[in-house]
Design a protein around this ligand. Structure first.
Ligand code: UD2
Length: 318
């Protein structure tokens, strides 16, 4: 039985990881400051986890939380490209200083391995598709720079202190519990809930931008594999976590329209500053070194996500 510390445990990804670790009968400790995470995401599992309300900027709380832990799954972050464009200092504090704190505490408390929620945004506008980890990164937004800086810190802690680290470059993760309510929410959470409510979604730009949208179960699988993979093939390294297929936003809207049975149309707004045009992952490194293989494809992921928001809506009505 292993003990996990999940930072950002009340977030959509963190709470999914907690459920998966509990399902394996592992012990779960978690911290969250509820800046973007939601108490509702962990309400059902609160009795089964050791939860502490704390910020990743609080080094003492982290030292305490890392005591006796085998694996840290570091998910705490302030996500969103446009949010970082509006508030670069906030992004840097949470996404860079927060990571360095996690690494220092993990090193001091002799944690076996730290797995980090890195981002596909690190590739930026590199024209080559698919994106592979050997490419020179080209981040555009402050968010992308912060996520990339943290990857470098991860590798540096492996090289300088021998702390085993693995960075997983998430490609647009979506699924149940993703918060749809903020203007900075992920596009699928927003579109699905808007369309279910009969509201009209907005595509920023011409809708020809494409993403390698990845269902949450695939990201969970990658994290669990990243903890157990041999150090020789995983430690100090960066891996893409994606589906390996890209779809543009116009087509995404048409797919959702069919699945939801939505009668309306989409509207178009100005392109977002800092936005990446195309994103598609090469998965060979993750396959070879971690044994990662996405098990839920894009459409199946959408079906499950739509179903979850539908059930949530119904539960709220009764
Ligand atoms: C970036 C990362 C992603 C993750 C995420 C965290 C890339 C390619 N991906 O996601 O891996 O780290 O940041 O926040 O950098 N859009 C609309 N209408 C809306 C909302 C969004 O058209 O109402 C567009 C948006 O302009 C973009 C696409 O949808 O082109 C996806 O946006 P997003 O915010 O879901 O995620 P993105 O790609 O910035």
């Amino acid at each position: 039985m292993a003990t996990y510390l999940i930072t950002g445990i009340a977030g959509f990804i963190g709470s999914s990881l907690a459920r998966a670790a509990l399902a394996q009968c592992d012990q779960v400790r978690g911290i969250d400051n509820f800046s973007t995470g939601k108490p509702a995401n962990i309400a059902e599992i609160l009795d089964d986890i050791d939860f502490r309300e704390a910020d990743v900027l609080d080094l003492d709380a982290l030292q305490d939380a890392c005591r006796g832990v085998d694996y840290v799954l570091h998910q705490a972050a302030i996500p969103s490209v446009p949010r970082s464009v509006a508030k670069p200092l906030e992004s840097n504090r949470a996404n860079v200083d927060g990571t360095v704190n996690v690494l220092v505490a993990a090193r001091d408390q002799k944690v076996k391995r730290v797995v980090y929620a890195a981002s596909s945004s690190a590739y930026g506008d590199t024209p080559t598709l698919p994106k592979h980890e050997g490419m020179i990164p080209n981040p555009i937004s402050p968010y992308a720079v912060a996520k990339l800086a943290s990857e470098y810190y991860m590798t540096s802690f492996y090289r300088c202190y021998g702390l085993e680290t693995v960075s997983l470059r998430y490609f647009n993760i979506f699924g149940p519990r993703q918060d749809p309510s903020s203007p900075y929410s992920g596009v699928l959470a927003k579109f699905i809930t808007q369309m279910l409510a009969g509201e009209q979604p907005t595509i920023f730009g011409d809708g020809k931008q494409s993403r390698d949208f990845t269902f949450i179960d695939n990201a969970v699988q990658a994290n669990l594999l990243a903890c157990k993979a041999p150090a020789a093939s995983a430690a100090g390294r960066v891996f893409n976590v994606a589906t390996g297929r890209r779809i543009d936003l116009n087509e995404t809207f048409q797919t959702l329209k069919k699945l939801i049975n939505y009668a309306g149309d989409v509207k178009y707004g100005p392109e977002r500053s800092g936005d990446v045009k195309h994103s598609l992952a090469d998965l060979s490194r993750a396959q070879e070194s971690l044994g990662y293989n996405p098990t839920v494809d894009f459409e199946e992921g959408l079906r499950r996500t739509i179903e979850w928001y539908r059930r949530k809506e119904k539960a709220a009505e009764t």
